[in-house]
Design a protein around this ligand. Structure first.
Ligand code: COA
Length: 259
């Protein structure tokens, strides 16, 4: 992979994708998004990758979209930027494997929005979250007004979106924006432990559970229940369902094969 602003490595079942534009606090531009799209394509295709982790540097996960690149943009520019942003974010949100955002430092604007597309958000105690777009004369354009209220409720979301203020990791944990906060030097181990737990689960059931939650959030309750029922029934055609239930009956640990 020829990446300009990201690093990527696959190790012990985890695809580690690191934003790497430190001189601009990993601010997102078209090149960074192209890199992210390439990384996601590899993660989708490589069966050895069971869990995907997005991370940045100590000072910044991602400090938002590149303001310098946007400052003189016109409406056409904004449409093209958001088309690309939404396409890449949807690919991340729909990735058929669990995703974890490992967040240290600033996760602002588009960085917060990328984290919102992941299944889990584990934050270091120095993490800072915000959707400061309102202070720039715009609104979040990468899903923030839609994904944040769905995750934390509209009252807490309004604090971030309408005031544009930044919140620290402990507040982010209290409102449910992050799953867990740990000291910075424990972030990687915490993420590895979560990934290890996920890797023990049956991958087809994980994929189905993720699809049911994601699609259900965008559907009526009736439609969501139908999605859940269809996926539940489909899993009875897998070896892992037979193994999981047999293991329970035989009082042993299951060995899942992802089939
Ligand atoms: N877009 C473009 N460049 C950015 C950026 C962004 N979103 N965020 C940070 N940078 C750049 C800075 O311009 C600076 O570049 P320079 O050294 O060439 O001037 C570099 O990253 C370091 O940032 P700096 O502002 O000096 O660090 P700081 O510690 O003083 O402040 C922030 C950190 C995150 C509070 C501040 O950079 C900031 O407010 N960034 C913008 C956040 C934002 O509004 N994001 C949403 C965009 S839609």
């Amino acid at each position: 992979m020829d990446l300009k602003y990201m690093n990527f490595r696959s190790q012990d079942g985890i695809g580690w994708a690191q934003f790497n534009r430190p001189e601009k606090l990993n601010a997102l531009n078209a090149d960074v998004l192209n890199d992210l799209e390439d990384v996601l394509a590899v993660c989708e295709a490589d069966d050895a990758i069971r869990v995907v982790v997005l991370t940045g540097h100590e000072k910044a996960f991602v400090a938002g979209a590149d303001i310098g690149g946007m400052a003189t943009g016109d409406i056409r520019f904004a449409c093209e930027l958001t088309d690309q942003t939404i396409r890449v974010q949807e690919r991340l949100a729909d990735l058929p494997k669990p995703t974890i955002a490992a967040i240290s430092g600033y996760a602002l604007g588009g960085g917060c929005e990328v984290a919102l597309c992941c299944d889990f958000r584990i934050a270091a105690d120095n993490a800072v979250f915000g959707l400061p777009e309102i202070t720039l004369g715009v609104i979040p354009g990468g899903g923030g007004t839609q994904r944040l209220p769905r995750l934390v409720g509209i009252a807490a979301a309004a604090e971030l979106i309408l005031l544009g203020e930044m919140i620290k990791a402990d507040r982010a944990e209290r409102i449910g924006l992050v799953n867990k906060v740990v000291p910075f030097d424990q972030l990687e181990d915490e993420v590895k432990a979560l990934a290890a737990k996920l890797m023990q689960k049956p991958s087809l059931a994980l994929r189905a559970a993720k699809t049911a939650m994601r699609k259900g959030l965008n559907a009526s309750l009736k439609e969501g229940l139908q999605i859940e029922q269809d996926l539940f029934c489909m899993l009875f055609g897998t070896e892992d369902q037979k193994e999981g239930m047999a293991a329970f009956m035989e009082k042993r640990k299951p060995t899942f094969k992802g089939r």
